[in-house]
Design a protein around this ligand. Structure first.
Ligand code: PEP
Ligand code: MN
Length: 337
């Protein structure tokens, strides 16, 4: 349920109304926008009397919100959310490009890629230190040593680092990571999501391989309801009957998310395409659809990559992609960064 307050309602009256709503055992999410102030009621609101609310002369309107996601819902929070990352932000007029290798493999590999993507204009560095692999016999990542190399790459380039967490037991090790990625396979790891709700860090939440948009928003709701408002959604393709792509990029999720939610959304064309030549055309669709950024896999020697080499761009290909991205982002009136 949302309660829209009248413009110029006195703060003392608002406080009194909020206290009597809270006394009914309901939490309130207070959102003061430039045009409207909204009280979003969270919890069991079935017993909250709409007529009683409407009778208050500081209340302009009362509406029931039928969607199960509340804090992620644009009706609770009409203005776009932007998530601060390093010296910049993701969302709201900015376009982020998170680039780097699928996995951190060595110091020279990571530094070479990090410096190349920085020179081409990437805004964040990605790299997996802990890799969720389908086979237990595949490279599992350099783990804590990989995190250390990411810190070093951040020192050298100044780029904020984005890396995937596998379990809530790793939170201390991830304390200085700039953006914590929750991978597609962990989108419904509810214990992990709850713990991430208790930290203030930006969380990049990837859509599960077979998850609906509503399920993605409900996973975001777990993090938001714990008190962490810094959630960035990421589409990386879903499984369908189609075999010519690794995953089907569901570009329609961008306008849907923009209508249903206030959270920023980025597109990962690399895991959708599965093949390097298709990354650039899919990246273009992301900008056209109104996404807030891209996540792109880049490797200094894709043929020898320990993970996802086929879909990785080399630095020259990434540089060409960035030239195109810059033109299109400028055209949309956004700033890269
Ligand atoms: C990744 O970003 O390298 C990754 C494992 O992605 P996803 O969780 O989307 O498969
Ligand atoms: Mn990958």
């Amino acid at each position: 349920m949302i309660v829209i307050l009248r413009q110029n309602a006195e703060q003392a009256r608002i406080d009194a109304l909020m206290a009597s709503i809270r006394a009914q055992g309901v939490d309130i999410h207070y959102s003061q926008g430039t045009t409207e102030t909204i009280l979003g009621l969270v919890g069991d609101t079935t017993h909250v009397d709409e007529d009683w609310l409407r009778a208050s002369d500081i209340v302009a309107d009362v509406r029931r919100v039928s969607e199960p996601y509340k804090l992620a819902n644009r009706r609770f929070h009409p203005e776009d959310t932007h998530v601060p990352v390093g010296d910049t932000q993701i969302g709201e007029g900015r376009f982020a490009v998170i680039a780097g290798p699928c996995s951190v493999e060595s110091e020279s590999q990571l530094l070479e890629v990090a410096q190349a993507v920085k020179a081409s204009g990437a805004t964040c560095l990605r790299g997996g230190a802990f890799k969720p692999r389908t086979s237990p016999y595949s490279f599992q990542g350099l783990e804590n040593q990989g995190l250390e190399l990411l810190r070093e790459a951040r020192r050298v380039t100044g780029l904020p680092i984005v890396t995937e967490i596998m379990s809530e037991t790793q939170l201390d090790d991830f304390a200085d990571v700039d953006v914590i990625q929750v991978g597609a396979r962990n989108m419904q790891n509810f214990r992990l999501l709850k713990e991430l709700g208790h930290c203030k860090k930006p969380i990049l939440l990837k859509r599960g391989l077979s998850s609906t948009i509503e399920e993605l928003l409900m996973s975001a709701e777990y993090i938001l309801s714990g008190g962490n408002e810094n959630v960035i959604l990421c589409e990386r393709g879903i499984r369908t009957f189609e075999k010519m792509v690794r995953n089907n990029l569901d570009i329609s999720m961008v306008p849907i998310i923009k209508q249903k939610s206030h959270l920023p959304v980025i597109i990962d064309p690399s895991h959708a395409a599965g093949i390097a030549w298709m990354v650039e055309p899919l990246a273009r669709t992301a900008i056209a659809a109104g996404a807030d950024g891209l996540m792109i896999e880049v490797h200094n020697n894709p043929k020898c990559a320990l993970c996802d080499g086929a879909q990785s761009l080399d630095p020259a290909q990434f540089d060409r992609l960035m030239q195109d991205v810059r033109r299109r982002v400028d055209f949309e009136g956004k700033a890269l960064g």
